[in-house]
Design a protein around this ligand. Structure first.
Ligand code: HEC
Length: 122
């Protein structure tokens, strides 16, 4: 009886853990859709008309890979603080709109985007 209880608890814990992980992903996806894809395109490749017009970065490109690689911290900084060139604001800071965990998982989402793109092209 005791053993069954223990097994049940383990199974429950595992299920909860997996659930939390996919939830983070889904949240990151929706934040991407809400805050980034408008300019960078759904796949981050900046192939949409708007992306071309404003010259958004292809986040899966080698150039960005070289710049950020798997550096989640740097990406988090850009997402938090936004991006400006001179006195022209390009990307709005999101540190007031998103929680730290959301920024963290969004940065990871960006890293995964380029991983996915590179796997496909291989
Ligand atoms: C209003 C349009 C717009 C939105 C929204 C936007 N970006 Fe950008 N982003 C740009 C443009 C334009 C550039 C290219 C800037 C340049 O000239 O280097 C860029 C560049 C970047 C870069 C490369 C920066 C560098 O130093 O080379 C990263 C990373 C990035 N964006 C991530 C994101 C993420 C993540 C989001 C969502 C949180 C986002 N962007 C939302 C327009 C946007």
């Amino acid at each position: 009886m005791k053993k069954t209880m223990l097994t049940a608890i383990c199974v429950l814990a595992l299920a909860l853990g997996a659930g939390a992980a996919t939830q983070v992903d889904r949240k990151a996806q929706s934040n991407w859709d809400k805050h980034c894809s408008f300019c960078h395109g759904e796949d981050g490749k900046a192939r949409t008309m708007i992306a071309r017009k404003i010259n958004a970065a292809d986040l899966t490109s080698e150039k960005i890979q070289r710049k950020f690689g798997d550096n989640q911290e740097e990406l988090m900084k850009i997402i938090s603080d936004g991006l400006s060139k001179g006195d022209k604001n390009i990307m709005k800071p999101l540190n007031k709109k998103l929680k730290k965990e959301e920024i963290e998982s969004l940065a990871l989402y960006v890293i995964k985007l380029s991983d996915k793109a590179h796997q496909k092209s291989k």
